[in-house]
Design a protein around this ligand. Structure first.
Ligand code: LLP
Length: 420
């Protein structure tokens, strides 16, 4: 029956649940490697680690020849831990942001990390603390795109990037600051379509012509979509690459020498590799509506609550019985907040889903949770962060342990006067 499963990453669901408890993020390494290989046409794949920054995932990327993007000092720190450096061509790590905080400044300077600057002030600041740095400009071409308003990263209402009319000003600032502006980057938003992409590529060529001969690298950013709905088709990577390659060639003609083409996906590389395994803890009715309540909430996977994102859901019988019936249900979590519902649309509209008939104790699996799943989880309602498990060739290994209560409270302090 549709949406019934017995195995995740090749392993029986009840076995995984017994071994690691629920909720748990289960990654299948083979899927990540498959996605990397699909993008191998690109001279440089730079993983946007915000999607899933677990050290084991980063180590897996590195082992497969993938460079990494870091958007904070913490992400630089993670990349360094698995052996990436800011050196090399292409550089292992690039720092992409619209601001430097003091931590990031220190990291960039100490480890000589190239910077993808999203505001003119960063260029001036960089000149002060790290003259000679390599810089790419993250350009906002004046329009955007995204799967939700919250993930749209271009246009006048976006805080991201350098406004497209300010390229010459930035080149001048770069000269004054003594940093080398050698590249352009355009990340327009998650959920690209091809007509739109052609417009982005044109904007990149135009921007490149204004930079001229000093241009050495262009980055297509991330935003490659994945089929969150089972009936959606998969992006045509050849067509995607083709458009960007054509833009790169046009730019090479303009600047008179080869340029390196980078792509910077997060979601595409990891989303489909991971399922969030939960257990149904209660089934109840509210008037006409039936609810499955599971032991993960938006503390564990925030995308549905935050963007109205759709994740496919399957049921695995705890007792191995055959499930033959289905009905419309709403799937919610344990948090003390009514927005803690996995089946909702943008704007918080709660909807039901036709799902297999389950019993309390059965497992409910949320698919495609590898990107912006674990990396966006929180301790809201004082719930422990869920563990992450990586399965390779049928062997599961813990890559993040379930958090403990002690760990959750370790940085909190009670002033002496309030004790006892
Ligand atoms: N490069 C830059 C500069 C970005 O800002 C992003 C995502 C990416 C690459 C990777 O985008 P991707 O390939 O993963 O779509 N939390 C949201 C997505 C936020 C994306 C932020 N920037 C979600 O759960 O859909």
């Amino acid at each position: 029956m549709k949406n019934v499963l017995t195995h995740v990453a090749g392993l029986p669901v009840p076995e995984l649940a017994r071994a690691y408890g629920t909720p748990a993020f289960i990654y299948d390494q083979a899927v990540v490697e498959q996605r990397i290989s699909e993008l191998k046409q690109f001279p440089v794949i730079r993983y946007a680690q915000k999607a899933s920054s677990n050290l084991a995932i980063l180590a897996l990327m590195r082992r497969n020849g993938v460079a990494v993007d870091a958007v904070s000092a913490g992400e630089i720190y993670r990349a360094l831990q698995v052996g990436y450096t800011g050196e090399g061509n292409p550089p292992g790590i690039v720092y992409t942001a619209d601001v430097f905080d003091y931590d990031a400044m220190a990291m960039v300077k100490q480890h000589r990390i190239p910077v993808n600057a999203g505001s003119p002030d960063m260029i001036t600041q960089l000149g002060e603390f790290y003259p000679g740095a390599d810089v790419t400009l993250r350009i906002n071409p004046g329009f955007g795109h995204g799967h939700s308003r919250k993930t749209n990263t271009g246009g006048e209402f976006s805080k991201h990037g350098i406004w497209h009319t300010e390229i010459e000003d930035c080149l001048r600032l770069g000269k004054e600051a003594g940093v080398t502006i050698h590249g352009l980057h355009m990340h327009i938003g998650s959920g690209t379509d091809f007509d739109h992409l052609a417009t982005v590529c044109d904007a990149m060529v135009k921007a490149a012509s204004r930079v001229g001969a000093q241009l050495e690298v262009i980055s297509a950013g991330g935003g490659l979509p994945i089929p969150y709905h089972k009936d959606q088709s998969r992006i045509d990577i050849n067509a995607y690459f083709g458009l960007w390659q054509r833009a790169a060639r046009a730019i090479e003609d303009i600047v008179g020498h080869p340029v390196t083409l980078e792509v910077e996906p997060g979601r595409y590389l990891v989303a489909e590799s991971c399922t969030l395994l939960t257990q149904i803890r209660a089934i109840k009715s509210m008037g006409e509506n039936r609810f499955y309540l599971v032991d993960a909430g938006f503390d564990t996977l925030v995308r549905p609550s935050m963007y109205g994102s759709y994740h496919e859901i399957s049921i695995a019988a705890a007792d191995g019985r055959d499930i033959t019936a289905a009905s419309d249900v709403i799937v919610g979590g344990p948090l003390c907040e009514s927005g803690d519902v996995f089946t909702q649309e943008e704007g918080g509209v709660v909807v039901s889903r036709h799902l297999p008939e389950a019993k309390v104790g059965d497992y409910l699996v949320l698919h495609d949770a590898g990107a912006y799943g674990a990396s966006m989880s929180s301790n809201y309602n004082s719930r422990k962060l869920a563990p992450e498990i990586l399965v390779h060739d049928g062997v599961p290994e813990v890559i993040r342990e379930r958090q403990t209560f002690e760990h959750m409270l370790q940085f909190e302090r009670i002033p002496e006067r309030l004790r006892g």
